[in-house]
Design a protein around this ligand. Structure first.
Ligand SMILES: Cc1cc2nc3c(=O)[nH]c(=O)nc-3n(C[C@H](O)[C@H](O)[C@H](O)COP(=O)(O)OP(=O)(O)OC[C@H]3O[C@@H](n4cnc5c(N)ncnc54)[C@H](O)[C@@H]3O)c2cc1C
Length: 419
């Protein structure tokens, strides 16, 4: 089958692009290996709620329509939101169609799927940034008596054996799961590496409201000193809940979670931790205060000081001066690797991957002409990986794609590099 554009992936990013292509009358299909919103349906835990408020899911031609703009969507609500979006924009999604290869063709690209092949001029890769959990090499030393799992497999505490749990990683997933598991009566030890602390509410407003208003989320990829580093920054320690509670390390210490440093090794039934915990926490507090300074400056510049609560700072993270450097794993029944995710491009037969397996691109414009990328951290701005960031990226990249098609019509047979 022949079509102008194939979009791969029917998450919010692929759908936002679909809407923008429709606006430009570019014929396209969205190929999805599962169903619309597949990742939210199959890869998330039961209690997860979005950590971005309801108002902050603005997609091209669609947004929050309920009466709780400051609430946080549950998983069923998130799935419903994305499914409705697909309906409202009449996205041409072909579900249960797994793309198994993308390779250069005579006049563009050949897309092989388990439901037949497509030929197209342009391709949009919207297959998500979180396809495969990253598990550190030290996992090899874990005794076989200990169960291990990742946030993609975790559903709820009832799935875990009774007994101690070591959660490795203290970003959004790690802190949320550590909180839930510890409250279930399974004592949690949390191995803390680099993390980003943020309060849920500051000066009476949600932190995301401040970050949106102060322009933090709009910072562009080409204005950042170290974009490689910025693309690897961990997620904020936040949770979406009705009581708008914080989920920082102090909160976890208060309920009895034991904090240790970054997991450095597992040998002879013992876990070894880095001694950097106090430094990591001090660094995280410093970065949080820098963010709050920026917010305060913005509030003053915009004459908001009279409308919001006074500026203040939070208690520094409490840690033992000399945290333990090792721990006998005898009482640990489960290790949960909350150590991040990576995309899967095993099906991509184009010479566009760098030595770390990342797609080489300039703000979503992939090195192979006519190929575009969506939904990656800091693709074009700090909000690119959020639902709220897909709109701006899709608008820009669909416009680039349309120009490419115009250009390619006048210059047929533009060269594409082969793998
Ligand atoms: C735990 C967690 C919590 C998050 N919380 C928030 C939040 O609160 N707010 C927020 O804005 N963002 C949040 N995000 C970030 C982001 O919104 C999600 O990662 C989102 O799912 C990314 O959307 P996407 O469309 O880029 O990718 P996905 O939703 O992952 O969609 C990609 C689609 O591509 C399909 N696909 C993959 N490979 C193929 C193939 N070979 N062939 C065909 N189809 C394929 C997949 O099945 C999937 O449906 C969270 C992410 C995670 C992991």
């Amino acid at each position: 089958m022949r079509i102008t554009t194939v979009v791969i992936g029917a998450g919010h990013a692929g759908l936002a692009m679909s809407r923008c292509l429709t606006d430009r009358s570019i014929d396209h299909v969205v190929l999805e290996r599962g169903e619309v919103a597949n990742s939210w349906k199959t890869e998330r835990w039961d209690s997860l709620r979005l950590l971005t408020p309801n108002w902050q899911s603005r997609l091209p031609g669609y947004g929050y329509q309920g009466d709780e703009p400051d609430g946080f969507r549950t998983m069923p609500e998130t799935i419903d939101f994305i499914e409705r979006y697909a309906d409202v924009i009449s996205a041409p999604v072909q579900t249960n169609t797994r793309v198994t290869s993308v390779r250069p063709g005579d006049d563009g690209y050949e897309i092989a799927t388990d439901q037949g092949d497509w030929r197209c001029r342009t391709v949009v890769i919207a297959t998500g940034a979180c396809n495969i959990p990253r598990i550190p090499a030290v996992a090899e030393g874990v005794p076989s008596t200990i169960s291990t799992l990742t946030p993609m497999e975790y559903r709820n505490p009832g799935q875990l054996e009774e007994g101690g749990v070591l959660v490795v990683g203290a970003s959004a997933s790690g802190t949320q799961i550590a909180d839930e598991v510890h409250r279930s009566g399974r004592p949690v030890t949390l191995a803390v590496g680099e993390h980003i602390r943020a309060p849920r509410v500051y000066r009476g407003r949600d932190i995301k409201w401040w970050m949106d208003g102060a322009g933090v989320l709009d910072e562009r990829y080409d204005e950042i000193d170290n974009i490689v580093r910025a693309r690897n920054v961990p997620s904020l320690q936040l949770v979406g809940s009705d009581d708008r509670r914080d989920l920082d390390l102090n909160r976890l210490t208060d309920i009895g979670v034991k904090l240790v440093g970054r997991l450095a090794g597992v040998r002879n039934g013992k876990a070894q931790f880095s001694g950097s915990l106090p430094n990591q926490c001090a660094m995280s507090d410093l970065k949080m205060n820098r963010l709050l300074d920026r917010i305060d400056e913005w509030a003053t510049e915009n004459s908001l000081d009279g409308e919001v609560d006074p500026a203040h700072r939070f208690e520094p993270t409490r840690v033992e001066a000399v945290p333990p450097l090792d721990m006998d794993l005898g009482r640990i029944r489960t290790i949960l690797w909350a150590t991040g995710f990576r995309p899967d491009y095993s099906w991509l037969d184009l010479a566009v991957l760098d030595r770390k397996g990342r797609i080489r691109h300039d703000g979503g414009v992939v090195e192979s002409p006519g190929v575009y990328l969506m939904g990656m951290p800091f693709l074009r701005s700090r909000k690119s990986s959020l639902i709220d960031g897909a709109g701006d990226d899709a608008r820009y990249l669909s416009s680039h794609l349309a120009s490419y098609l115009d250009h390619a019509i006048t210059r047929p047979g533009l060269a594409v590099r082969t793998a």
